[in-house]
Design a protein. Structure first.
Length: 337
């Protein structure tokens, strides 16, 4: 009630007032808010915030937000990203709104914005998921242009490098937290990214939640391999009564525990976003035993109060949080091993 009154007051002041309000006190809901995985999250949050700050819908924010990352060539997500082991970039993405509507595409080639195709699947078809050539055919029919199949410069180099050993081995996803600054996304010391995904969850001024997740998948993966990112419940889950969560890292191990759904269900049981993420990570570690040290998984989550948190298996995962014009910052994920 208090929240509603405050929003109505803001309405009379004009929506730009939202940009200054951000968060009030611990007892009140922090909204709007957007959080996303990894250092690219800063730029993606900024785009999402531009929608949220003027009262826009969380669904639009999470789509526009991750489109920034999908667009950035020489980054780790989208058409500029690392290819599969046969040399093709294949993209996976999903999106979910406050009404449990969801859409997903996987194994999609030569389309710049898989998240937008996922949204069209959600809005224009009776289905949740389209894959491969069918997803591409749908995208073209919806007016998305067919992009070049050529690899970006950085991906070409990385692929040539990988071909030397052609070692089929998942790489542990980490960033160089040491060099972390609020507005400079991190890379490893050699200047390379070694992760491939952005997941974003947001709550708008109306208190509605949405989320998106988009990836080129694990670098140099087996052709046809899908991870968690396009799978609702694994890479992303939103329940407008409770909260929203998204995942990054080794998708196989996120799928194994229906990771993002698990995080949201743990929040339903009363856990904070951070503790819910921690419990989900613990579940993976329990399953993997000593081999957990060879993988990375990170979860981030928000709840209906606008509280946020993240947890990962091992050091080097971070996430970006934004809830005001001047509050868009990185948080190193707490880790367990
Ligand atoms: C996958 N979860 O395809 C993705 C990879 C990832 O940072 O998150 N990389 O398994």
């Amino acid at each position: 009630m208090l929240e509603r009154r405050r929003f109505l007051q803001l309405g009379t002041l004009g929506l730009s007032a939202l940009s200054f309000s951000g968060f009030k006190s611990n007892s009140e809901t922090r909204k709007p808010i957007v959080i996303s995985t990894w250092g690219e999250g800063i730029a993606a949050n900024k785009a999402a915030w531009n929608i949220l700050r003027v009262g826009g819908r969380a669904l639009d924010a999470v789509e526009q937000g991750v489109m920034v990352t999908e667009s950035s060539l020489n980054c780790c997500v989208g058409l500029g990203a690392n290819p599969d082991r046969d040399g093709y970039v294949t993209l996976d993405s999903c999106i979910m709104d406050e009404n449990a509507n969801c859409g997903s595409v996987a194994f999609l080639e030569r389309i710049k914005h898989p998240v937008s195709v996922a949204r069209r699947v959600m809005e224009k078809t009776p289905h949740v998921m389209l894959v491969g050539s069918g997803a591409q055919q749908f995208a073209l029919a919806q007016g998305f242009p067919l992009e070049s199949a050529e690899l970006s410069e950085s991906a070409k180099k990385a692929y040539e490098n990988w071909l030397i050993k052609s070692e089929y081995k998942p790489v542990i996803n980490i960033e160089n937290s040491k060099n972390q600054t609020a507005f400079a996304p991190n890379k490893l010391e050699n200047g390379k990214w070694n992760h491939d995904t952005i997941g974003m969850v947001a709550m708008d001024a109306n208190g509605n939640l949405s989320g998106s997740c988009t990836t080129s998948g694990m670098g140099f993966k087996m052709r046809g391999r899908l991870g968690d990112s396009p799978i609702i419940g694994a890479g992303l889950f939103v329940d407008n009564e409770i909260g929203a969560a998204t995942a990054t890292g080794q998708g196989e191990d996120v799928i194994r525990i229906c990771g993002s759904h698990l995080v949201v269900e743990l929040m339903r049981q009363g856990l904070s976003p951070e503790n819910a993420c921690k419990k989900a990570v613990e579940r993976i570690i329990k399953i993997k035993g000593t081999s957990a040290k060879d993988i990375q998984v990170g979860f981030i989550a928000i709840n209906k109060k606008g509280e946020y948190g993240g947890y990962c298996i091992q050091k080097g995962f971070d996430f970006a949080v934004c809830y005001a014009d001047d509050k868009n910052f990185m948080i190193p994920g707490k880790f367990l091993i």
